[in-house]
Each structure stands twice: as C-alpha cells, then as structure tokens.
Ligand binder design. Structure first.
Ligand code: NOJ
Length: 527
C-alpha cells in the first residue's frame, strides 16, 4: 500500500493568522477547528501543517519553543488541540505539527538550567564553548538573523551557540539525552493523533564536531540564489548539515515507524540535488525533504523545466518530492510572481509530480501587506537587514467584513493588519465566482484527487516553443505553461482542455495547435 502522504496535498496554517475565535486579534486552535469544513470540503486538501502553537515568548513567533509539549495560552489549550485533531480526523484531514529540533527558547527550562552553571546537569544539552584566545566568539559562525551565532554568558564566562536569535539557543544533538528528550516529544504528539512532523531547519542538527570556521562564500547569495545579507558571506559547510544528522534522522524515523503510516518533511535548503536527496537516506530517514527551488527559481520556462528535470534525475523512483511556492518566511506567491503568473504557478504546483504544500491564503491570491514600520514585528528584518516576513503572515481573508472575517467585527484590531484588497480577495467573494483564484484551486484540487495520473503518475518533459514549459503526466495529461507576456502558438495533439487558467477554455477540444495567452497554463487531457 502506498503511504497516505504520497498522494496528498498539504496546507500550511500559520495559527496566529488563520481564524480568531476569541476576538483578541490573534488566531487560535478553536478558530482553526471552525474552519475544518472549509479545509476538508470547500478546498479539499488532505492534511494541514500547523506552524508552532507551543508555549513561547514569541521572540520568533513560536519558533522559540519554551515547552515542546504544550499549547501557548494565546492559542488555546491541549484540550482544544485534541478537539481540533478529532474534528480533522472525522473530516478525513491529517494533522502535521512543527518540530523545532535545532533550538529551543532561552526561556525553556532546559536552557534556564543549562545556563545556571557550568556544572548544571543540562549544561551539555546546549552548545557551550570557551571564548577564543582574544576573548571573542569561539568561531566565525553567523546567525541567520544577523551577527555572530554566539553570545557570551557573562556569568559563566562561556559562549552559547544560536543559529538564529540569541533567544534561540541551539540544542546539542550529539548528546543522547537531548535525542531521547526529542523522541519523547515526538511520542507525545503522535499519541495525541498527529500524522507527522515538519522539521524546522532539519539538517542544522548536524554540526561539525570540531566547530571549525565556515569558509568564505564566493558571493553574498546562498546556494539557492537568495540574498541573505551578511549571513550569505560564508559557506555554511561546517555549521549546517554535518553527516551526523543522518543518524539523528534515522532515530527520528524509527520512532515514527513505531506508529505506522506517519510522515516527516524536512525544511532543508540545499541546492545540490544529490545532497538534497541524501536526506531521505535509504528510505529510513526523512519521508520527504521540501523542495524550495520552485519558490526561488527565476520564472522562466527553461529555468523551471531544467530544475524539474534535475530533480527527477536525483529523486527517480526512489523518493517523492514535496514542492512549495510559498510559506511564512517568503513574500507571497502573488506578490513575487504577479497575479497572472500566480494562476499559472497554481497549475504547475498542482500538476507536477510530487506532494504540493500550499500556503494559507495563496488559494485566494493573497498579496503581502505593506506594513508600516511601527507595526513591524518580525525580528529578522531588524537583525539581518533584509525585508521582514510580516507581510506574508497577515490574517486570512474570509470575508469583506471588518477584520476580513478573521476576528469578530467587535475586536479592536488584529495582530498584523490585513493586506490590501482583502475585500475582493476573500473566500466569501471568490467562492461562487468561477473565474476566481479560489475556484481555480478548488477545481485543480478536485482534478488532481480523482486522476491517478496527476496524483501519482510519472512526469516527462515535452518539446515546447521558447517561453513555454510542457510536460506529460503518465501519458494522460499534457500540461503547457506560458512564462511570457505575449501570446504564443503551441503545437498540441488532439486533446480536450481539462482545466485552464482562462476558465472559458475548459472542456474545449483542441487539435494541431493552440494559442497560449501570456502567462496562461492549460491542462490537456490527451485523447
Ligand atoms: C525556519 C522557520 O521557517 C522560520 O520561520 C524560523 O524563523 C527559523 N526556522 C528559526 O526557527
């Protein structure tokens, strides 16, 4: 039997921004529960991935966990979590939760203990090192959020490592006690009925045992071409992805396997496809590794086509990729690509071979909010000199009501402002409009669900004119996507339009050739 996640579509929910049931302007678990019918029936996804909802001082909005086995009171209680899982299970939705294995909050009791003295029994749960001979940090590692990855603890005279904020100390996975504690965390949530985990910055748990300096990078861009400001000046070969992580993933996998048909997907930014594929092990490490390439790659037919080909070659029949085009760290799809290409991107994401992971609100074409400086909350913007991530984390747009139906109308405000145009780009407005983005997503999801060629078939690139990407799925569908603004003539076999970004073409027959309008995507059913 094939694992459930192979044919699934996953939907990422940022709990703070999905639905506010209490009126405090912050999303919560009961709010999510009230939207289960939307997720399972209206949209028709198979699983939700919840970004962290655990107790946290919110220095990095939940990615600084102060208790791995609880619920932050802002989001509800463990009983609410259980009720959410029960409602999802009844509706046929799987629940995936975020595991943040690389670092905890500095307010976690483990770190408070670890920091209390050099002799603390928890001292070696985190990475503590003596200062360099000049009193500076032990090596040149940098924090993703800017500045050195080390902070001196004046009282005990040692530096601790933090790959992100200084409020996010790195755990030391070389310590078996840490690994046992994390295995207990996995069991805690598996026992409550979750289907699996998304592992935050997964391969960072493997670090060079000698803590050697990272070499200089050739440019100030990371492997995927993303501008990472000062962090990009180093090549992070020693601070990230040491092969020891393979062993840690195997341990995690064996806990998961004890619970049957479970799932793990690693957040691993890796531009080398062979290395990327290696984190699946021999099917005994991560079930999937996120592929970020569709998110970052220049939007050209050749670029995207070559990426998909390279990935196919690396993955082959052994693994099943997981593609995404948006998440809580990146400008939204419709903001990055523009409204027309965002529709074509939806077709690509939902028809290429692999498991798609959707980001909440992208199904409405939500755009980034332009957030005034005095309302910006993301710590990254402040430290690393890069644009902050608040813009893509704004409240979900349910209706044209005050607060977009996210919070009750009586709420005084929402934690982040709503994005512009929420009155049109909302569920209520789009649901009955056949031309809307929401209808396009719904129909693509339905087609994908009922067609084995789309949710499980092979992928084969086809010849196409410049500016157009064409690929076949299992000889049943031909997908053609235009990446240019001008109309373009494309030769096609006898077929009928299964679905098109221009909805007026749906169900039409084509033969010989068709004219693709700029940024149009068409799924053809081959005769
Ligand atoms: C990756 C997460 O996606 C991001 O939101 C977070 O800030 C860092 N990891 C640190 O946990």
């Amino acid at each position: 039997m094939e694992p459930w996640w192979k044919h699934a579509v996953i939907y990422q929910i940022y709990p703070r921004s999905f639905a506010d049931s209490t009126g405090d302007g912050i999303g919560d678990l009961m709010g999510i529960r009230s939207k289960v019918p939307y997720l399972a029936e209206t949209l028709g996804v198979d699983a939700i991935w919840l970004s962290p909802f655990y107790p946290s001082p919110q220095a990095d909005f939940g990615y600084d966990v102060s208790d791995y086995c609880g619920v932050n009171p802002e989001y509800g209680t463990l009983a609410d979590f259980d009720a959410l899982v029960a409602a999802c299970t009844e509706a046929g939705l799987k629940v995936i939760v975020d595991l943040v294995p690389n670092h905890s909050s500095d307010k976690h009791e483990w770190f408070i203990d670890s920091r209390s003295s050099i002799d603390s029994p928890k001292r070696d749960w985190y990475v503590w090192r003596d200062p360099a001979p000049d009193g500076g940090p032990p090596n040149n590692w940098l924090s993703v959020f800017g500045g050195p990855a080390w902070t001196l603890d004046e009282r005990t005279g040692q530096y601790y490592l933090h790959s992100f904020l200084e409020e996010q100390p790195d755990l030391d996975w070389r310590n078996p006690a840490v690994r046992r504690a994390m295995a207990d965390v996995l069991r805690f949530w598996l026992d409550r009925g979750v289907a699996g985990f998304r592992l935050d910055v997964a391969h960072r748990i493997g670090k060079d045992p000698e803590y050697r300096d990272d070499p200089m990078a050739e440019g100030s861009l990371d492997q995927l071409g993303k501008d990472m400001a000062d962090y990009g000046t180093l090549d992070h070969v020693n601070s990230v992805g040491h092969p020891d992580a393979h062993g840690y993933f195997k341990e995690i996998r064996s806990v998961l396997d004890g619970y049957g048909d479970t799932f793990s997907v690693g957040e691993i930014h890796e531009g080398d496809w062979e290395k990327w594929a290696s984190w699946h092990g021999d099917g005994d490490e991560l079930h999937q590794v996120f592929d970020f390439s569709l998110l970052y790659a220049p939007w050209t037919a050749e670029g995207i086509g070559d990426l998909l080909d390279a990935q196919e070659a690396a993955v082959g029949d052994r693994f099943w990729p997981n593609h995404l085009m948006g998440n809580h760290d990146e400008p939204r799809l419709a903001t990055r690509r523009g409204p027309a290409a965002a529709r074509a991107a939806a077709v690509l994401l939902l028809t290429t071979r692999g498991t798609p992971t959707l980001y909440y609100g992208d199904e409405l074409g939500m755009v980034d909010a332009d957030i005034a400086a005095d309302r910006q909350l993301d710590p990254w913007a402040e430290g690393a000199g890069v644009p902050g991530r608040d813009g893509c984390r704004t409240p979900m747009q349910w209706s044209a009501d005050p607060h977009g139906g996210f919070s009750p109308a009586t709420a005084s405000s929402t934690w982040l402002p709503l994005a512009d145009g929420f009155e049109e780009r909302c569920v209520d407005e789009q649901i009955a409009d056949h031309d809307s983005m929401l209808s396009l997503y719904r129909d693509l999801l339905t087609l994908r669900r009922v067609e084995p060629a789309l949710h499980g078939g092979d992928y084969r690139r086809r010849e196409a004119p410049d500016g157009v990407l064409a690929f076949e799925r299992a000889g049943v569908f031909l997908v053609v996507v235009s990446f240019v603004d001008d109309p373009i003539e494309v030769p096609v076999p006898d077929s009928s339009v299964a679905i098109s970004t221009d909805r007026s073409l749906d169900a039409k027959s084509v033969s010989g050739s068709l004219t693709l309008q700029g940024n149009q995507a068409i799924v053809l059913r081959l005769s």
